[in-house]
Design a protein around this ligand. Sequence first.
Ligand SMILES: Cc1cc2nc3c(=O)[nH]c(=O)nc-3n(C[C@H](O)[C@H](O)[C@H](O)COP(=O)(O)OP(=O)(O)OC[C@H]3O[C@@H](n4cnc5c(N)ncnc54)[C@H](O)[C@@H]3O)c2cc1C
Length: 409
Amino acid sequence: MSNDYDIIIVGAGMVGATLACALGQQGFRVAVVEAVQPDFNWPTDSIDQRVSAITCASQKIFESIGAWETMQAQRVSPYQEMRVWDATGNGAIHFDSADLGVPLLGHIVENRVTLFALHQQLEALDNITLLTPATITQLDISTDHAQVALDDGKVLTASLVVAADGSRSRLRELAGIETSGWSYHQHGVVAHITTSKTHQYTAWQRFMPDGPLAFLPLADGSSSIVWSTTPEHAEALLALDDAAFLDQLQSTFGDSLGRMLACGPRAAFPLRMQHAKAYTLPRLALLGDAAHTVHPLAGQGVNLGLADAASLAEVLVNARQQRQDIGAHKVLRRYERWRKGENLAMIATMDGFKRLFGSTKPVIKWVRNVGLGLTNSTTPVKNLIMRQAMGLEGDLSRLAKGQSLGGDQ
Ligand SMILES: Cc1cc2nc3c(=O)[nH]c(=O)nc-3n(C[C@H](O)[C@H](O)[C@H](O)COP(=O)(O)OP(=O)(O)OC[C@H]3O[C@@H](n4cnc5c(N)ncnc54)[C@H](O)[C@@H]3O)c2cc1C
């Protein structure tokens, strides 16, 4: 019996949609199941509450699958510098793309802009079937196929089913894959803020004992904030009127960007570290937030997921070239071995940062302020951190290097 599809991807967020584009462009027959029908009709003068720092490696992935041009035409905001400082001392660090001889460190992009560009690419591919709004209700894995049932009664079969359905992945749950992790006891408050000084193409981050406060530069000169703080404080911040909120923001951040003039709607997201105990089973793979979530303090979450998508696509294309079964566990384990180590290293780094900057112990405060100063004055270390933040270190996929998946470049 032949399967309906080669691959079923559950979840068409930034990660699932990227994987679908990469595989669809390679001729795989792909079904994408997405719970929320995307709505791309937003007022042109509005800015999405959710933005992401997109690394240079992720930009290359978007370029490779043809989405970057649409993203640029919509709105992306380059940043050239990052300034990080500790509110409880004088430790500070300044990263500048000029030190690496490159024009920028990355871009801040509204999540809906990225999704719009990816969906434009998906719609152009006849071998992709987007099923939305639809969710999965059942998973059955047998020796030669995976089968999923949808809430509208449809049943789909494929050689491989992929979970890209986010941190509370239903597919991961149906597959019985457990996660480990813990709450950071912080919520991330997000909002769009207008300041009297423009951002100077700089991402700013001030570390407070309750969590970091980041100002990310937007294309119109304003900034998008991620204010990580205790759940109680986050709730109180959401309840304030705009003027009182801006007052608190001003006193917490200081005057590096002048006066806080206006803010858009606010929202808060609970922050958790979570890691799936396995990324693969026979005929099943997890990626993106379904496999791992990290603290947003270094803006790496979706970038790790995009790296997963590019690596999985490469493994599957290679397997097909070698006439191997793309759902075989030994094939999928190549993806798991490739990505698990890199993701765990980032999780550990983010966790270490969170603990280091969250401590009020005098000795730790001293260590981090001295450490920031030393790192700032040690060019090779600083450059390595910058290259890591840009996604340029580690075992990069062909797409992240700007090469085609067919390996013909
Ligand atoms: C405050 C905050 C700031 C952040 N800032 C950054 C940043 O600057 N840079 C960065 O790299 N990362 C950042 N992140 C992390 C980033 O947002 C996530 O890592 C990223 O969104 C994960 O993408 P994903 O596609 O894996 O999952 P999601 O974005 O969660 O997408 C999952 C998709 O699956 C769909 N879905 C869910 N369940 C089902 C189902 N049962 N059936 C079908 N479809 C389903 C959902 O509708 C959704 O479309 C931030 C996170 C937070 C909370």
